[in-house]
Design a protein around this ligand. Structure first.
Ligand code: FAD
Length: 394
């Protein structure tokens, strides 16, 4: 039985590790577009930008462990097409690779700003190369514009401030990190950024970028103009499914999968990580999650299913983000009209624990710092999911 894993990053590697961890001795091929051995992206917007970690320190496993996994490893190799009927993946160079079981782990790629491809000093952040190019321009006294107020943008803003640059965040909504944090906690974190000297321009978007060869200024939708020595684009990511367009697999903002992470209508094809949109039984709907922990959890579920068990993935989403030296942690999903109740700290404090929910239902726990309390409430969320008795009006 040959298992072919396409995408040699977190989800792909963890699937191979989980299979070997179960004593799976059959052939596993791990194939990925990037030339580097599987590495961790999470420090790219944190320690790498601050010069606290080098690219050599990002490996997801030591070289020796990778060797011991006994994989057919093909780096710098892209899949260009899939024919499920014959069980074949077509590579960019025209070669074909057969499989008995296929795991799609091709992740996501950042959205870009069309028409800006030839400008230097303007970059998305996904790879080691992106991080090094951005880092090279984070210089004290320069002006950095972060386009987008999501997690990656917020972390870049934090790192850029730490290096002494003047930072402006352009956020399309009324607050930063709005999609994941909702309006109350998004506004709270926006205030934290402002306190640390970040200029946050909310409810505007970038209408134009000017510069000869390199970015020089950005024009916003309200007509204002911000001079910039460099800019980072953090306007979200899209799942890497272009190579699957003609495969017949159901694609809808990701590879659509059942509760077991099996691609709908395909017995022997699974998806893991950022690329998977699966039916999470906990929420009773299709969900796609772009978080580190999710990729590892899904890898274990997929490995169990490949090994003949019947495992479902019903985890509560979890993400962390380090900004201004303090860890923000979020478990669950905050609904648009959820009430927010602080159980530690409050809207004015840098450190806090807050619960979000609707009626009796606890939907999410959010903490900045305060790890012990976060874990306590996270336990409740994962357990019965009802609002704890010791919290009052909400
Ligand atoms: C800068 C940054 C910071 C982050 N920080 C955090 C954090 O603090 N906390 C958190 O929870 N999450 C964080 N994340 C998210 C987390 O890193 C991702 O959820 C995780 O990397 C997903 O793993 P993956 O294997 O699904 O996809 P990816 O890591 O995107 O890997 C997919 C791999 O597939 C390859 N590939 C794509 N198409 C093809 C193809 N056709 N053929 C072959 N190979 C292909 C890609 O080159 C890539 O190597 C961060 C992400 C970024 C970019």
């Amino acid at each position: 039985m040959h298992t072919l894993i396409v995408g040699a990053s977190l989800g792909g590697l963890r699937t191979a590790q989980a299979l070997r961890g179960r004593g799976w001795t059959d052939k596993i091929t791990l194939l990925g577009a990037e030339p580097r051995p599987p590495y961790d992206r999470t420090p790219l917007s944190k320690e790498v930008l601050l010069g606290k970690r080098s690219p050599e320190q990002l490996g997801l496993v030591p070289a020796r462990v990778l060797q011991e996994l006994d994989l057919e490893l093909h780096l710098g190799t892209s899949a260009a097409g899939l024919d499920p009927a014959s069980g074949t993946v077509v590579l960019q160079d025209g070669r074909r690779v057969g499989y008995d079981t296929l795991v799609i782990a091709t992740g996501s790629v950042p959205r870009s700003l069309p028409g800006t491809e030839n400008l230097t000093g303007l970059r998305v952040l996904r790879t080691v190369e992106d991080a090094l190019a951005i880092k090279a321009r984070l210089v004290a006294g320069t002006s950095v514009v972060v386009i987008g107020g999501g997690f990656v943008g917020a972390e870049v803003a934090s790192a850029a401030r730490e290096t002494g640059a003047a930072v402006t965040v352009v956020a399309p909504g009324p607050a930063m990190m709005l999609r994941v944090l909702g309006p109350v906690l998004g506004s709270h974190m926006t205030a934290v950024h402002r306190k640390h000297g970040v200029r946050v321009r909310s409810s505007v978007f970038v209408a134009g970028v000017s510069g000869q060869d390199r970015v020089e200024a950005l024009t916003l939708s309200d007509g204002s103009c911000i001079p910039a020595d460099s800019a980072v684009i953090g306007i979200g990511a899209v799942p890497c499914t272009d190579w699957l367009e003609d495969s017949g697999l159901r694609l809808r903002d990701g590879v659509v999968c059942d509760e077991r992470l099996r691609a709908v209508g395909a017995e022997n094809i699974y998806a893991v990580g950022d690329v998977a949109r699966w039916r999470n039984p906990r929420y009773g709907e299709l969900v796609r999650v772009e978080h580190w922990t999710n990729a590892g959890e899904q890898a274990r579920v997929v490995a169990a299913n490949i090994a003949g068990e019947s495992a479902v993935h019903d985890a509560v989403p979890y993400v962390w983000s380090d900004q201004f030296g303090v860890r923000l942690q979020i478990a669950g999903r905050i609904g648009a009209d959820d009430a927010v109740h602080y159980v530690l700290g409050g809207p004015e404090t840098e450190r806090f624990v807050a619960l979000a929910g609707h009626g009796d239902r606890l939907n999410a726990v959010v903490a900045r710092g305060e790890v012990r309390e976060f874990l306590r409430y996270r336990g409740l969320l994962v357990g019965n999911g009802t609002w704890p008795d010791d919290t009052v009006e909400r």
